[in-house]
Each structure stands twice: as structure tokens, then as C-alpha cells.
Write a protein that binds this ligand. Structure first.
Ligand SMILES: Nc1nc2c(ncn2[C@@H]2O[C@H](COP(=O)(O)OP(=O)(O)O)[C@@H](O)[C@H]2O)c(=O)[nH]1
Ligand SMILES: [Mg+2]
Length: 316
């Protein structure tokens, strides 16, 4: 796998990683509900909160979608498919592998694939897109990412790294606009000295996203690979300065505020799910859903303003 990682990022030299804080130190990120210690069942509260938020916003009259659509975007091997599988595992309470994930150095995901979540999260759809790659004729094209975001590209579209999707006047196309983007990056690879090609690619993607105004968060996956303390005990995640360091680096590479970056450990080689391991994953999903529903509400406000404007014009 190392080829793409080496091409995209310089590894964090081990000696630069700061020592962890003593266990009694203040967490670098604080949540009221976690301050008095983690409780495994807190993940159930998070599931309910996310479910309630989606229902509340999607039930508003005139809202432009019946689901909150979240796209996962990142280079090959960054952990996109594993993240989708982690959410299914949380819901099923056992390890699931619905999205194909693995060690391939080229994108497994060639088709635009949607994954509708279930139960309390059944109004959320995750979209897995072909990985970003730097080489010529490799990976998803920026124009195709934009096509997916605005809903021009349909489910099952097979990406072609050599040719962008052709606009269609297909009347049957059920437009599925994206409401929030989740960038995935793996903790081991995060560093500020990213090679210029990757920064340029990210800037191209960013400029497309800014035009479209959907917000984005960054998931830093494989946090267990940089922090043995967190690997042994996930409740150390917000105490660990190793995790804090990679989160800050990811914020600077992706140019988002630090509070939009979420460290996670996916379910990969576990035999069973664990309430505490679910918590960081759901904190990330909650933020994506908050942004997604904010975007839908903004669209609704614009629609109402236009409607009121039309009314005033026609009565004057
Ligand atoms: N240790 C660890 N491995 C992970 C984690 N997330 C993903 N992986 C592994 O990273 C590899 C690539 O993951 P995948 O989801 O296929 O990446 P994708 O190409 O972005 O869809 C797989 O071997 C996963 O098992 C994580 O949080 N921790
Ligand atoms: Mg994948």
C-alpha cells in the first residue's frame, strides 16, 4: 500500500510525536457528556440525537430531500469503505463488511455507490466515491466529484479517470445532491509537508466545494496506528497528544478548523463491537449530519425568500 501513501504524504517522523499527557491531564477536546468518564451506552444517546435531528429537519415542509446525503472523499486506502462498514457495525451490533475494503493500492471503488444506513439512522445515505489519486489517468476527476455533489451523477455510475462524466438531460435521473462531505485521511500519513501535487488537487476540490457551499469535515482514520494508548483504550483518544498532533496537522492540510476534524478507529480486525469505540465514530457522524441538515435548512430559507419575493412582486 505504501506507494500512494508515500506519494501523497511524508510520514510523521516518530521522534517528532510528542509524549502523551499524563492520564489526569485535561482532555484536548472536551464534551460535557464525556467529562465525568465514558459510559458505553452513551453511543445510544448519540444514535438517538442524530436520528432526531435528521427527522426534525427532513420533516419540514418543502425541504429539498428525504435523506441527508454524505459523501466520503479521500485517497485510496484512507479508510472510506471501512468507515461505512463501521457505521453498519454499530447499527447491527456486530462486525459488518458491506462495503468492500482492503489493501489494494488502486481504488476498489470504481462505481459511485450509495449506502443507506438503517434503524435510527435510516435517513442518512453515505456515498462512496472512487479514491483520489495523483497520477495521470488515475482516480476520480475533480469535475466528477463536482458532478456527484450537485447530483448530476447517478448511483452506479462507473468512473472513468480518463474522461469526465457527460451531462445528461436524463429526465429519469433522480437527483441526489450531497449535503456534507467527509474527507478521509489516515493518521499515519498526516503531515504538514504534503507534496505540492496533493495540495493542488485538494485546492481544486476545495474551490468546487466552496462554490457549492456544502460544508465538510475531516475524519482521521487509523488512529490506533499512531497511538498505542488509544489502541489499548479508546477512551484515551481526547487525552492523547499524539492524536491531537495528527488532528491539528490534518486541519492544516485540509484547511478546515480543528473542531471539524475527527479522529476515529474503524472496526477492522475486531471480533465484536464496543460501545466506547462507537463513540468517536458517532461524534464524527453527528457533526456531518449537523452540517448536512444546516445546508438543507439554508436551501429551504433561500426557497422561502425567493417565494416571498415572487409573491411581493406579483402583488405590487
Ligand atoms: N488499523 C486500522 N486499519 C484501518 C482503519 N480503517 C481502515 N483500515 C485499514 O486500511 C485499509 C484500507 O481501508 P479501506 O476502507 O479499504 O480504504 P478506502 O480505499 O479508502 O476505501 C484496510 O486494510 C483497512 O482494514 C483503522 O481505523 N485502523
Ligand atoms: Mg473503498
Amino acid at each position: 500500500m505504501a506507494f500512494f501513501k508515500r506519494k501523497l504524504f511524508k510520514k510523521v517522523p516518530k521522534h517528532e510525536v510528542l509524549q502523551d499527557l499524563p492520564a489526569s491531564a485535561e482532555p484536548w477536546r472536551s464534551y460535557n457528556d464525556l467529562n465525568d468518564g465514558w459510559k458505553e451506552n452513551y453511543y445510544l444517546t448519540l444514535l438517538s440525537k442524530i436520528g432526531e435531528k435528521t427527522t426534525k429537519v427532513l420533516n419540514k415542509p418543502d425541504v429539498s430531500s428525504d435523506t441527508v446525503n454524505i459523501m466520503l472523499l479521500g485517497y485510496v486506502q484512507s479508510g472510506k469503505s471501512s468507515t461505512i462498514n463501521s457505521f453498519y457495525s454499530i447499527l447491527d451490533k456486530e462486525i459488518c463488511k458491506r462495503a468492500k475494503s482492503g489493501e489494494s493500492t488502486t481504488s476498489f471503488t470504481q462505481k459511485y455507490t450509495s449506502y443507506k444506513l438503517e434503524d435510527k439512522l435510516d435517513k442518512i445515505v453515505l456515498y462512496d466515491i472512487m479514491g483520489i489519486e495523483l497520477g495521470p489517468n488515475q482516480g476520480v476527476l475533480v469535475k466528477d466529484i463536482q458532478g456527484c455533489i450537485v447530483g448530476d451523477i447517478k448511483h452506479d455510475y462507473k468512473f472513468n479517470p480518463c474522461a469526465e462524466h457527460k451531462s445528461t438531460s436524463d429526465k429519469d435521473l433522480e437527483r441526489k445532491e450531497i449535503h456534507c462531505v467527509m474527507y478521509c485521511v489516515d493518521a499515519e500519513s498526516v503531515d504538514e509537508d504534503v507534496i505540492p501535487g496533493f495540495e493542488t488537487k485538494m485546492q481544486d476540490i476545495e474551490s468546487e466545494l466552496r462554490v457549492a457551499s456544502q460544508d465538510r469535515i475531516v475524519l482521521v482514520t487509523k488512529i490506533d496506528a499512531v497511538c498505542p494508548e488509544t489502541k489499548a483504550d479508546i477512551t484515551q483518544i481526547f487525552q492523547s497528544t499524539k492524536v491531537k498532533t495528527v488532528v491539528e496537522k490534518a486541519a492544516s492540510v485540509f484547511r478546515v478548523p480543528v473542531n471539524q476534524v475527527f479522529p476515529i478507529k474503524n472496526y477492522t480486525n475486531e471480533m465484536e463491537t464496543d460501545g466506547n469505540k462507537n463513540i468517536p465514530l458517532l461524534l464524527a457522524l453527528k457533526k456531518a449530519v449537523d452540517f448536512g441538515t444546516d445546508y438543507l435548512r439554508q436551501r429551504l430559507d433561500e426557497k422561502h425568500r425567493v417565494y416571498k419575493g415572487d409573491k411581493q412582486e406579483s402583488t405590487s
